[in-house]
Design a protein around this ligand. Sequence first.
Ligand code: ZN
Length: 290
Amino acid sequence: MSDHLVRLITRDGMLRAVAAETTLLVEECRHRQQTDPTATIALGRVATAAALMGGLLKGEQRLALIVEGSGPLQRLQAETDAVGRVRATLKVPVAGLPPREGRFDVAGAVGQAGFLHVVKDLGLKEPYRGMVQLATSEIGEDLAYYLATSEQIPSTVALGVELDRDARVAAAGGFLLQLLPGGDPTLVDRLEERLAHLPPTTTLLRQGVAPAAILERLLEEIPTTHLGQIPLTFTCTCNREQVAGVLKLLGAAELDEMLAEQGEATVTCDFCKEPYRFERAELGEIRKGM
Ligand code: ZN
């Protein structure tokens, strides 16, 4: 099934839920960033978390999740918008860590000490910025902690990335449950208990259970209203003009040196890894415009 996201709300308006399959999108991130298995899972969780949060955006709103930790991956970032376009990057693509207790050591790769930043461009003058210290560095709990403390919305977040034998992404996805004002706080506890008895999200996805059906299994007898479905895609919003802006930031001296030595410059987008090549004439124009 192709990647997509579904949203629903319980009929009593007390709980909203977003669920997503992100398998192809996370595989695309892995391929573009050339991540090792632990890094693939960490980056896939950040990208899936962003996709889920994107399900709560409207119109032209945009969102970025940034995880900065003391581990070897250093910094992971994912960005999205209200129409399901997601891109993700990380500073160091190789965690180089052995598994811990038979599992990929995502918390070790991210690092125990660090921060989760959430930046939301809501079309206002200044973007909204929130930040929390990393709670477990497993990403899902960290996002739930951010939502509960910074946005005061009790939330449950589940994120999963499973690899195949060739270390490619076999399944990825997750869901987000949020208790809305006036909602019964014990409902979240009941759902978390039920969650503990369900197979992992990636197992369900591999069995062909769609995100909407996963939510149905979880919410079972609770009547819900579906709020629609949007496709999720890896889409990079970079362009030549933006990349030329990056060259300008290097400063006049650096550009003069590039012109004198190589006579050209290649800048690679951090997210999609597409190279942008600037020939001498174009580089000269950028230098002149400074
Ligand atoms: Zn790009």
